[in-house]
Design a protein around this ligand. Structure first.
Ligand SMILES: [Zn+2]
Length: 125
C-alpha cells in the first residue's frame, strides 16, 4: 500500500475532477485533486457545513467533526500554498479566500455552539 502511494507520488497524479488536466501536487496526493479543485471542494464543503450549523442544532460530535475538517484542511491548504509550487496570482487569491471561508466557518461554529448552550439555560435580560 505504501509502495503504491510512493509510486503514485513519483509519477505525479492527475486531478480526479472530470475534464481537468492539471496535476495533483504531492501535498494533495490523498485527495487526488489539483489546487484549484481542492479549493473548490473545500468551498462547497464549507458552504454545506455553514448551512448545517446555521440551523443551530448541530450536535457536539458533529461540531467536533467539523472542527477537525477545518483544521485538517487548513493545514493541508497551508502546506500546498507554501510548498514552492508555481501558483498563479489567481490561484493565490483563491487560496486566501478559501482560508477566509475556513476561518468564517470556524467562527460560525463557535457562535452556534454558544447559542445552543445559552439556549439550554436562557439568560433573562
Ligand atoms: Zn483539477
Amino acid at each position: 500500500m505504501l509502495l503504491i502511494k510512493v509510486a503514485l507520488l513519483l509519477m505525479g497524479i492527475r486531478c480526479q475532477t472530470a475534464g481537468c488536466k492539471n496535476d495533483s501536487p504531492p501535498a494533495l496526493a490523498e485527495q487526488q485533486l489539483c489546487v484549484l479543485h481542492f479549493t473548490l471542494s473545500l468551498e462547497s464543503g464549507c458552504a454545506e457545513m455553514r448551512r448545517e450549523t446555521a440551523l443551530g442544532n448541530t450536535g457536539h460530535e458533529r461540531q467536533r467533526e467539523i472542527m477537525r475538517f477545518i483544521t485538517e484542511n487548513g493545514e493541508k491548504l497551508a502546506r500546498v500554498a507554501t510548498s514552492g509550487l508555481h501558483l498563479t496570482d489567481d490561484l493565490k487569491a483563491r487560496i486566501l479566500s478559501t482560508f477566509l471561508t475556513l476561518m468564517n466557518l470556524r467562527e460560525n461554529l463557535d457562535r452556534a455552539s454558544m447559542r445552543s448552550s445559552y439556549g439550554r439555560h436562557p439568560v433573562s435580560r
